[in-house]
Design a protein around this ligand. Structure first.
Ligand code: PHE
Length: 437
């Protein structure tokens, strides 16, 4: 591709920007409630196994392809075989499904940045969140603000934006999370939460929980929709190996999920919060902590701001995949692409936001629109994208064309994973989870 293609400013910049796409609401918001709904420790175990096998090899494979072809996913898969260009289109479709509901939750976080100052101890945070999320106008306003902010950053060009942003946000997030976790672990009954988080309950290990754990890996690590192809395409040629750049994606993603679990579950047990609260879990547990520790509200404000930053680096990557596609393939200007895609997401997101209130009666297979979108994206679209990526790279191209590791043994493990283990596991878990097997 052309030499005029923008590139990242530094190695650390790519590492943190890629990790910034992975680390986000998936770790802090989705992981704790998914773990709670799927039986604690056993879910964690499957999550870790899938992350180190399927997740890791897919991150490396996607990034290697992007670094080699230096173009958007449609061209990247088209380079492997013109018949595979459709996988690039699937990446954009996935972004149409994820970005709207992700931004609805982003809007909730934004609202809590301000709300945290009005909280008082003894308040029923379950009711507070319920009243807020089932209303129509207020969540919609925050959703609109969040999406506009995301669109603005992407419109102004993200090379400088994302990189600088991630370099500040990621270390801050880690430090704050560790401080918060230590404080929470000192609460009464905190240990019960730690036990719940780590003790595997194999009776809860069904096809559905395995599908959910795999879905969590895909969502949390951002694989299966060409994000690392896109980010990899901005790496200067031959400057570094894939592994040197991408290892923080997996390490930080798992680390932040563990820290989130070790913060939320001890708080859940300590404050007697309903453990099956679902998507509202952190909006109930975190405020409980912030009203009960010294300087808690200020601390809470900082925390939600950082969480917002972590969410933003993920939404930017979601939007960037679609915008790059619209610019490269449909020959639109960046501005037109950002505006059109954002308006589309705004329309879909409005319906998703209202699915907690006015449209809550509208359900498909017992799930409201929000849950349907989350299920479709994490459990179907991302694994399908991941499966197709494995087939394209492992079977059509051949892993020997993408050197991920200098070490021969590690390269062989990578090949084994992309060719056999990951695609087989994805198909098996998909079929079992959907009750086809
Ligand atoms: N991985 C992001 C998170 O954990 C969400 C995401 C999914 C981002 C898919 C991009 C693609 O919040």
């Amino acid at each position: 591709m052309s030499d005029k293609r923008p590139s990242w400013g530094s190695k650390l910049g790519v590492m943190l920007a890629a990790a910034g796409s992975a680390v986000g609401l998936g770790n802090m918001w989705r992981f704790p409630f998914s773990t709670a709904q799927n039986g604690g420790g056993s879910f964690l175990l499957i999550y870790l196994i899938c992350a180190f096998s399927i997740g890791l090899s897919l991150v490396f494979a996607e990034a290697a392809l992007g670094m080699k072809v230096r173009s958007d996913p449609t061209d990247a898969f088209g380079w492997i075989s013109p018949k595979l260009r459709f996988i690039g289109v699937l990446c954009v479709l996935t972004s149409i499904v994820i970005l709207p509901y992700y931004s609805v939750v982003g809007g909730w976080i934004l609202a809590y940045v301000f709300k945290v100052f009005t909280f008082s101890s003894g308040e029923d945070f379950n009711a507070v969140f319920n009243d807020f999320s089932t209303a129509t106008t207020e969540p919609l306003i925050y959703f609109l603000l969040y999406l506009t902010a995301t669109a603005t950053i992407v419109y102004f060009g993200i090379q400088n934006g994302i990189e600088k942003f991630s370099k500040v946000m990621m270390p801050l997030l880690l430090v704050l999370l560790v401080v918060l976790m230590v404080r929470v672990l000192m609460l009464d009954k905190a240990w019960d939460g730690v036990v719940f988080f780590f003790r595997p309950d194999f009776s809860k290990l069904t096809g559905e929980t395995m599908l959910n754990a795999m879905g969590q890996v895909f969502f949390s690590i951002s694989v299966g929709m060409g994000i690392y192809i896109t980010y990899g395409s901005y790496v200067k040629k031959d400057s570094v190996t894939v592994c040197q750049l991408m290892w923080p994606v997996i390490v930080l993603d798992i680390l932040v999920s563990l820290l989130a679990g070790l913060t939320v579950f001890p708080a859940v047990f300590s404050f007697d919060v309903p453990i099956n609260a679902g998507p509202s879990l952190i909006f109930i547990t975190l405020p409980q902590i912030f009203v009960s520790i010294p300087f808690g509200r200020f601390f809470g404000f900082m925390f939600f701001v950082i969480l917002l930053g972590a969410a933003a680096t993920s939404s930017i990557s979601l939007l960037e995949v679609a915008v790059t596609f619209m610019c490269d393939q449909l020959k639109m200007t960046r501005r037109a692409a950002v505006v059109r895609f954002s308006v589309l997401c705004l329309t879909i997101g409005t319906l998703v936001s209202m699915s907690f209130g006015r449209l809550s009666g509208f359900t498909v297979a017992g799930k409201n629109l929000f849950d349907q979108f989350d299920f479709l994206a994490s459990n179907i679209l991302l694994p399908t994208g991941g499966f197709l990526t494995c087939i394209a790279i492992g079977w059509v191209l051949g892993c020997d064309k993408l050197v991920v590791f200098q070490n021969k043994f590690l390269q062989r493990c990578f090949t084994l994973c992309i060719k056999w283990i990951a695609p087989a596991a994805i198909v098996l878990i998909l079929l079992k989870g959907l009750n086809i097997l």
